[in-house]
Design a protein around this ligand. Structure first.
Ligand SMILES: Nc1nc2c(ncn2[C@@H]2O[C@H](COP(=O)(O)OP(=O)(O)OP(=O)(O)O)[C@@H](O)[C@H]2O)c(=O)[nH]1
Length: 617
């Protein structure tokens, strides 16, 4: 199984901004502190340590701590841990072959970075970063003694030269990129169609079980792993959750029996490489579901066909999730009418659900041709990857869930647009990669060696490595979900979930005021709201109701309404307490006290705030 959970999130505390980050402090130790390990983690660590030691053999001696640090860093992946330990234990003379070969004469950026790396390796103590060395040198030169993260020049600043806004002249190619023509590489790579889908639906309707079953039946997860999960589930009296645990990997989720955060996994059919984003169904975790939906090409809505379950789901997250994904731009929906075993595979029940949901989904803006209804049972596997056994549902001759997923049109990729990656997760403190982020490339391309601009922090960073589907790659393109390893960044502690990595030449503006076209789920009037975009959750308020609009034509129905009724479409003006990276065309969700009140499309961001370097003006 290749998937793993992104757990090393940072919080949104205001204190983060004041945190005086220093590589030498206890930050790293906190993350690896093994007294915080859950019993399952301890067991994985114990077994992993034995396996790594075996794989290393007698010729390579590593301490227990070195092995466990590697296991921790690679999420208990034995092969990667062994590879890492080998790389640090191999004799010195093999090292030069691993050094990157500059394709062009070295830039000042490279020289500064190299000098810093040499200085750091000469001393046993963790030394200053390459940027710090440059900054210190600059401080001496300019006699500026005050620490100011926003103003201090970085090594990348040196590489880009003086320009009006400090950005136009930056040439990514000059500073260590392999100079690949990524679009051409992508076109000749013959990569399979790739599709990311988010799995949504009311709590306990069987989302994780269905995905666990799908991965098991497609041989992504082997029988031994399922048997082990079954034993573990039996031990804590949650036998029926074994398949769900393929996706729900944290002890909190396993003990509570609910998904808390987005879990990611991959599988492949002959035609398509899929990424599953399993979203939590519980209403408390809707923001996590929104973050998942923001990365999806289409959605799988799971509905429990059992008596009363469908009906109670309708009052809960079934409708809310469907409306949300539609408002977030998802057009295609596969409705998995699940737990058909519990409904005795009655065609009447399937038809009843299909009828009610079709009416609702059409109203929510889904085209009939983009919605497929598939009866299935995640628990038994019927009609998931294999057809329903003969005699069980003679009335059904449609596709299996997997065939319905495969019918997805290839997602359009904005390959030539400027780079945009909204940060969905941040990982800090890795041994090899101290700072990494992951997220979907919404637009553009990226390659190792590129320099990216992080908004709203306004920092530049260098891409020191890239992974797609857990494999190291040289490049990534729009539509893929990538892990991006970053180096040479000032103020790394300022990076937050929801920030956007973008092309330095075309940075995303940071805005505090915008107009949006919304579909309201509840009454909307001038009021305080939380504005959600990806992982960003920003406080603000609806400042003005500009107009209500005709649902289909978008024409103004009434100017300056006093209130927007649930189900109506309106144009509203929103002001945020603090700036967030936002562009025309972005999708946002408005929530009040944990309830979604509206969702929609950003139409116009305030021009005054269209600044590259972030912050409010
Ligand atoms: N009878 C039957 N039970 C099922 C089926 N699928 C799931 N279940 C049961 O439903 C319960 C909830 O399953 P989960 O997969 O955790 O549900 P979920 O939708 O992922 O839950 P959250 O992620 O917390 O919203 C478990 O007890 C499952 O065994 C099914 O096809 N048939």
């Amino acid at each position: 199984m290749s998937g793993h959970r992104r757990v090393k999130d940072i919080s949104y505390d205001e204190d983060d901004l004041d945190y005086d980050y220093d590589e030498g402090d206890e930050y790293y130790e906190d993350e690896a502190g093994d007294d915080t390990l859950s019993p399952e983690d301890q067991e994985q660590m114990r077994v992993g340590t034995i396996k790594v030691r075996e794989a290393l053999g007698p010729s390579i001696t590593a301490t227990e701590k070195e092995i466990q640090d590697a296991l921790w860093n690679y999420y208990y992946d034995v092969a990667n841990s062994v590879k890492h330990i080998r790389s640090i234990k191999l004799p010195k003379q093999t090292k030069p072959a691993e050094q990157p070969k500059p394709t062009k004469s070295e830039s000042r950026f490279d020289q500064a970075a190299k000098a810093a790396a040499n200085a750091a390796s000469a001393s046993k103590k963790p030394g200053p970063s390459p940027d710090d060395i440059v900054i210190n040198a600059q401080k001496k030169g300019t006699q500026t003694g005050k620490h100011d993260a926003k103003k201090k020049a970085s090594a990348t600043d040196m590489a880009k030269g003086e320009t009006n806004d400090g950005l136009e002249k930056l040439s990514v190619k000059e500073i260590g990129s392999k100079n690949l023509d990524v679009v051409a590489e992508f076109e000749k790579s013959g990569l399979k169609n790739a599709a990311n889908f988010v799995v949504i639906g009311h709590v306990d309707h069987g989302k994780s079980t269905l995905m666990g079953r799908l991965l098991y039946d497609l041989n992504v997860v082997d029988k031994r792993s399922i048997d082990r999960l079954q034993r573990e589930a039996d031990t804590i009296g949650k036998s029926s959750f074994a398949l769900a645990w393929v996706m729900d990997q944290t002890s909190e989720e396993r003990n509570r029996g609910v998904t808390v955060d987005i879990a990611m996994n991959h599988f492949e059919t002959s035609k398509t490489r899929f990424t599953i984003l399993d979203a939590p169904g519980h209403q408390d975790f809707v923001p996590n579901m929104i973050a998942g939906a923001s990365q999806a090409d289409f959605a799988v809505l799971v509905i429990d066909a059992g008596t009363n379950s469908f009906e109670s789901g309708l009052k809960g997250q079934t409708k809310e999730h469907a409306l949300l994904v539609r408002s977030l731009g998802v057009q295609r929906l596969v409705v998995a009418v699940n737990k058909m075993d519990a409904a005795n595979w009655l065609s009447e029940r399937f038809e009843e659900i299909k009828q009610q949901m079709s009416a609702f989904l059409t109203n929510a803006g889904f085209h009939n041709k983009n919605v497929a209804f598939i009866p299935c049972s995640g628990l038994t596997g019927d009609n998931v990857a294999r057809s329903v056994p003969q005699g069980t549902a003679p009335w059904y001759d449609g596709p299996t869930l997997v065939s319905a997923l495969e019918a997805a049109e290839p997602a359009a990729r904005a390959l030539t647009a400027p780079l945009r990656i909204t940060i969905a997760d941040i990982f800090r403190g890795g041994i090899v990669h101290p700072l990494s982020i992951s997220g979907r490339l919404e637009a553009g391309t990226l390659q190792v060696g590129d320099v990216v601009h992080a908004a709203p922090a306004g920092e530049l960073a260098r891409v020191s490595g890239l992974e797609v589907d857990d494999e190291a790659v040289d490049w990534a393109v729009a539509g893929q979900i990538a892990t991006v390893h970053l180096s040479d960044i000032d103020g790394a502690q300022h990076l937050r979930l929801g920030d956007v990595l973008c092309s330095p030449q075309h940075p995303v503006p940071t805005v505090t005021k915008f107009t949006a076209k919304i579909l309201s789920f509840e009454h909307v009037l001038p009021m305080q709201v939380s504005v959600l975009r990806g992982r960003v959750d920003a406080a603000g308020h609806v400042e003005a109701l500009v107009a209500t609009l005709d649902k289909s034509s978008g024409a103004v129905v009434k100017r300056k309404p006093k209130i927007v009724q649930p189900g109506a479409v309106a144009r509203v003006r929103i002001r945020l307490d603090k700036g967030i990276p936002l562009e025309d065309g972005a999708r946002v969700v408005l929530r009040v006290e944990g309830k979604t009140v509206a969702a929609g499309l950003v139409e116009v961001v305030d021009e005054v705030k269209k600044k590259a370097t972030g912050g409010e003006s």
